[in-house]
Design a protein around this ligand. Structure first.
Ligand SMILES: *[C@@H]1O[C@H](CO)[C@@H](O)[C@H](O)[C@H]1NC(C)=O
Length: 270
């Protein structure tokens, strides 16, 4: 009787912990679905847009970036899913290695961005300058700039006169545009008690000096505002970074544990 029980236990015993195995499967599956969603959004954005102003602004069309990130994520999480489900060491190794590579790349970008903050700022400035130049050519770009300016309470990159970069807002004498010397409405300070917002509040502002402009708009450039925002939201920035890194680290650790357990299982059978 004892002997049969022992034999049965030996047959059902496994070095592979089902909790490790199925949590790895579950999380891989979750991010696999997410990757499909990201690809779908990227394809939708790509199909929807006829113009290439986004590509002119960001060097690469953000829709293409979304699709690329989604596809890479799709293959990595697929390896995790099937590797966990089938106890496939090779797939789990591919999963673990790719995830490590992705993690280290992100870490390198973050560290470089931090130590070369001046260059990072210049690079971002180039994007914003192009976004200002193309402000009227692309509704998405317009919405993005409006969102940034409203959210950060700022105008332009260095300051409000940056809007001269745009053909329509250019303050040069003889510019036939109706909006000559204006800044977009999204630069405007809301006037307390004013029920109807004056969409013309930015008109002629570039011709005014900083102090006068300050009465109707936020004249501060968005670069300075963004730096201030990051400094005052360090905790949030850290939490976001952790939110990005934690699932990757968990995936690497879980897959490594599972690989070890599968190896133990194989050598115990042999
Ligand atoms: C405004 O337009 C003029 C004439 O086209 C141009 O020379 C000038 O560089 C523009 N201003 C800015 C800030 O780009």
């Amino acid at each position: 009787m004892d002997r049969t029980q022992n034999l049965q236990r030996a047959e059902t015993f496994s070095f592979i912990n089902p909790w490790i195995r199925y949590s790895l499967f579950f999380f891989s599956f979750l991010f696999w679905v997410l990757s499909l969603l990201i690809v779908a959004i990227g394809v939708y954005a790509k199909v929807q847009k006829a113009t290439d102003t986004m590509r002119d602004t960001f060097l690469i069309d953000p829709a293409i970036i979304l699709i690329a990130v989604g596809v890479v994520m799709f293959f990595i999480t697929f390896c995790g899913c099937i590797g966990a489900l089938r106890d496939n060491i090779r797939l789990l190794n591919v999963f673990s290695l790719s995830l490590t590579l992705v993690f280290l790349t992100q870490l390198a970008i973050a560290v470089l961005g931090f130590f070369y903050s001046e260059q990072t700022r210049d690079a971002l400035g180039k994007f914003v300058k192009k976004a200002i130049v193309h402000y009227r050519d692309d509704l998405d770009l317009q919405n993005l700039m409006d969102y940034i300016q409203k959210e950060f309470k700022c105008c332009g990159w260095n300051e409000y006169t940056d809007w001269s970069w745009n053909l329509y807002f250019n303050c040069t004498q003889g510019n036939p545009s109706m909006e000559r010397c204006a800044v977009p409405f999204s630069c405007c300070t809301p006037i307390p008690g004013e029920a109807v917002i004056n969409t013309m509040c930015g008109f002629g502002v570039q011709a005014q000096n900083y102090l006068d402009a300050d009465k109707s708009i936020y004249p501060v450039g968005c670069a300075d505002r963004a730096v201030l925002w990051i400094e005052s939201h360090l905790l949030l920035v850290g939490a976001l970074a952790l939110g990005l890194a934690l699932p990757q680290i968990a995936g690497i650790v879980l897959s490594q544990i599972l690989i070890t357990q599968i190896r133990d299982e194989i050598s115990s059978v042999l």
